[in-house]
Design a protein around this ligand. Structure first.
Ligand code: HEM
Length: 475
């Protein structure tokens, strides 16, 4: 008698709740439903597809049990899969290529349990790689810093756009030695353009309500964009095969690595799938994190000052070295707290492996998709207290952070399907914050700006502008 049916917002015949979900602000629609229905509700999409939306820590904790739930690429991920197949991000459970790629690359990205970077477990586990990555990142961050300096103190900086350029350039350079040079070119590289279009269209396709005939032009463009992505990645691969080098990047790791379990190597198709996957999975997430972090810091002057103080005390005015990065606990905490309040991937999905009850009372069916909605779960007062909505990096310093309840903080996903690029992303973000604070004072361009969200595959601050003033004595 404790069994409780999961509530559903009333919808329309055939399309279900699809028309109540704002396609460009899904996160807001889901939050609004959560305000009304509480920790769990079920939405219905065209084709009688349902999703059980879970909003509390105790339910998310259950969805993280890999014996009961598994990641299956549904919705947007199923659309992205059209472009990158069984690459790491979009693979189905048990697919052979996922296993090979995962084991070939995993040593490259061993993440520390506390979320901080524990050298030498970074990238390829070796000092040489960490240093090389550091150098590549710095090239790109310096290009961005030069641009900020050229802007001068009064020009508004479009934070989300510039951090996106930075993250993409860094990823392309570190993973395949490719230079987009986004800070130097007015026109975006055709690959970037195609990737943007592909992601936007992938986001729209699952909520189509008209017969496919109406989407012929969109479909043609979608497949064309996929071809641009794949052809570019193929050219990069062919060029590397023709002119091998000993760079310690992902492309070489994929070309030379053998799966310790089967002895197999990754196929060319799988390498192409994963090259594109890294750019997709890694650039908007990292740039969103940086943009949100700057927004939060500019709204919280005390936290801003502590970051400044840490940079000045630990690094000073000289060059930043790899050793510095593990000695910046406050910046690390700022990024973790940002990822709690503004997780760029604010929702991810699993399916139920059996007919079962959630929290001992809510029935879900075998194969039914369930979503971990971090926007709500990350502010669950049961874990975070009454000030859950406040930005307080102190609660994310190593000591409290390592004692958080299990599965309370999930911005990097879960279990075997968690983010493989986590240490990479954290290192890049820490480095970017440190370098920028070393060289500039930042102010909000419009102090009355309130956070607005732009949503594609990920979320980012929309229309957020800041200004950068070169710090005294550093010009
Ligand atoms: C998976 C978040 C940066 C590559 C994931 C997942 C999340 C996530 C939530 C799981 C998605 C799901 O379950 O469907 C983030 C965040 C980042 C970040 C918040 C930055 C702050 C990166 C970077 C890379 C990357 C820099 C590449 C270098 C991947 C890949 C997967 C993944 C390949 C799929 C792993 C698998 O299923 O085997 N990420 N990510 N991510 N991420 Fe990241």
């Amino acid at each position: 008698d404790t069994i409780t049916p999961i509530p559903s917002p009333p919808g329309l015949p055939i399309v279900g709740n699809a028309t109540q979900i704002n396609p460009v602000a899904q996160r807001q629609s889901f939050s609004d439903f959560a305000d009304k229905y509480g920790e769990v509700y079920r939405i219905w999409l065209p084709g009688k597809r349902s999703i059980v939306m879970c909003n509390s820590h105790r339910l998310i904790n259950e969805l993280c049990d890999e014996k009961r739930f598994a990641k299956v690429p549904n919705g947007v991920l199923a659309e992205i899969r059209n472009g990158v197949h069984d690459g790491l991000f979009t693979a189905k459970p048990g697919e052979e290529n996922w296993g090979i790629a995962h084991r070939v690359l995993m040593p490259a990205y061993v993440s520390s349990r506390s979320g901080s970077i524990v050298r030498p477990h970074f990238f390829y586990l070796s000092e040489a790689v960490a240093v090389q990555f550091q150098r590549y990142s710095q090239i790109n961050i310096s290009q961005m810093a030069l641009k900020f300096a050229r802007y001068g103190p009064s020009t508004p900086i479009p934070a989300s756009d510039d951090f996106t350029r930075l993250a993409l350039d860094t990823l392309a350079l570190c993973s395949m030695g490719f230079r987009f040079n986004s800070f130097y070119t007015k026109e975006l590289h055709p690959f970037i353009e195609a990737m943007g279009n592909f992601l936007v269209e992938s986001g729209k396709r699952p909520s189509r309500v008209l017969p496919s005939f109406f989407y012929r032009a969109d479909d043609a463009k979608y497949w064309e964009d996929i071809e641009v992505l794949r052809n570019t990645a193929q050219e990069v691969l062919e060029a590397r095969k023709k002119h091998p080098n000993d760079r310690k990047d992902l492309l070489n790791a994929m070309l030379s690595g053998a799966d310790p379990k089967s002895g197999k190597h990754m196929s060319d198709t799988s390498i192409i799938d994963n090259l594109i996957t890294f750019l997709i999975a890694g650039h908007e997430t990292t740039s969103g994190t940086l943009a949100f972090a700057f927004f939060r810091l500019l709204k919280n002057p005390q936290a801003y000052q502590r970051v400044q103080q840490e940079v000045d005390e630990v690094i000073g005015k000289g060059p930043i070295t790899v050793e510095h990065l593990s000695k910046l606990p406050y910046i690390t905490a700022v990024l973790r707290e940002t990822l709690r309040l503004d997780a760029p991937i604010s929702i991810f999905g699993v399916v139920s492996l059996e007919d079962q009850l959630l929290a001992g009372r809510y029935p879900v069916a075998k194969d039914e998709p369930c979503a971990l909605f971090l926007t709500c779960a990350h502010v669950d007062p049961a874990v975070w207290g009454d000030d859950a909505h406040d930005f307080k990096p102190e609660r994310m310093l190593d000591e409290p952070f390592s004692k958080l309840p299990k599965n309370a903080w999930k911005p990097f996903g879960n279990g075997a399907r968690a983010c493989i690029g986590r240490p990479f992303a954290m290192q890049e973000a820490i480095l970017a914050v440190a370098m920028l604070f070393q060289n500039f004072n930042f102010v909000m361009h419009d102090p009355s700006y309130n956070l607005a969200i732009k949503q594609t595959l990920t979320i980012k601050p929309d229309n957020f502008f800041m200004r950068a003033i070169i710090r005294d004595g550093l010009s």
